[in-house]
Design a protein around this ligand. Sequence first.
Ligand SMILES: *Cc1c(COP(=O)(O)O)cnc(C)c1O
Length: 423
Amino acid sequence: MSNAATHHPALAAADPEIAALVGAEERLQAETLRLIPSENYVSAAVLEASGTVLQNKYSEGYPGRRYYEGQQNIDQVETLAVERAKTLFGADHANVQPYSGSPANLAVYLAFAKPGDTVMGMALPMGGHLTHGWGVSATGTWFRGVQYGVRQDTGLVDFDEVRDLALAERPKLIFCGGTALPRTIDFAAYAEIAREAGAVLVADIAHIAGLIAGGAHPSPVPHADVISTTTHKTLRGPRGAMLMSRAEHAKAIDKAVFPGLQGGPHNQTTAAIAVALHEASGPAFRDYAHAVVANARALADALLARGFDLVSGGTDNHLILMDLTAKEVPGKIAAKALDRAGIVVNYNTVPYDPRRPFDPSGIRIGTPSLTSRGLDDTHMPLVADWITRGVAAAGRGDEDALKVIRSEVAELMAAFPAPGLPL
Ligand SMILES: *Cc1c(COP(=O)(O)O)cnc(C)c1O
């Protein structure tokens, strides 16, 4: 019998096609080595909380100030989520309603800027996010995005360059954080520049929220005016987002999220966020966050020893950006071959990439998911070997070698059951 029939009986009976695909995805997530740094495995408790009858309830507004009746339980769920977020991150204020990271960031624009205003963030190809003012995003078309990057020689942010740009452009908002940044973010340095430039500093910690919660990365509190985060990356919650801020910005943030940008919050997601925040406040999560970083360091060392070029020369966090130029295998070809070998990564632009974004020079890998399954630093040389063999096999078009890796990966992963997945 398929997983779906045993674990989702109502779904299997009502819609066998979708049930079969869910079952297939469960097997895929169980058998593969998932290295996409923005992904993870949520706990069984988070998974259960995100699929409940809270789904059925409309609750526009905020606890105690709703536009619909019947909020006896929903108000308590949202209040718990808010209080847990504030306690875990030490923030004055938290809003747990944004549907995801991108709408959360859009709410920040709505709260602090007018269309046409100048905003500043890291350029997408340097490791920033679309929503930090990049041209193809609404944030880069409705606002005037000015963009900073990293230095070509070090792969690190040059704060003199950021300061010069901020003082010349006087942006309303300065975003720090990104999607492909392997190094510690110096929130204090950004805060000083934002203060000099009279800008609101937004720390987008979508990738590293779990590391911060677990004490494995410095906190943006008290440096940033606003903190934006997804809840589904290293934080190991459901797909969703939160905005946190100093008390003085609480009203502006809340008004921007609702009624500015959204309608009713997704209450089943709010409940699952509350559960994830509860899990992230325990000692086991501290160990998890530190293990994510230890694994990334060990994997980076093992990849360097095998001759790979890593942007910035290594990592301080959960993420490694590999430049495959010297291996003469384009990132996309490597990523697709590794996928066939049961190793799931994404192809990624590297800073100053001479290739195009849809066919770039690099791949991006991370350790949050494998750490959630209990792999430790002693496994990282083996993971690096698989990547080495997979990239070499991609270069010479050796499908048999990829199949051999796939079976080796599946064998190891079978010994490390994934949280939330049926055995
Ligand atoms: C993932 C991410 C987002 C967007 O999150 P979505 O939930 O995909 O909209 C925003 N900012 C950063 C830095 C991210 O890494």
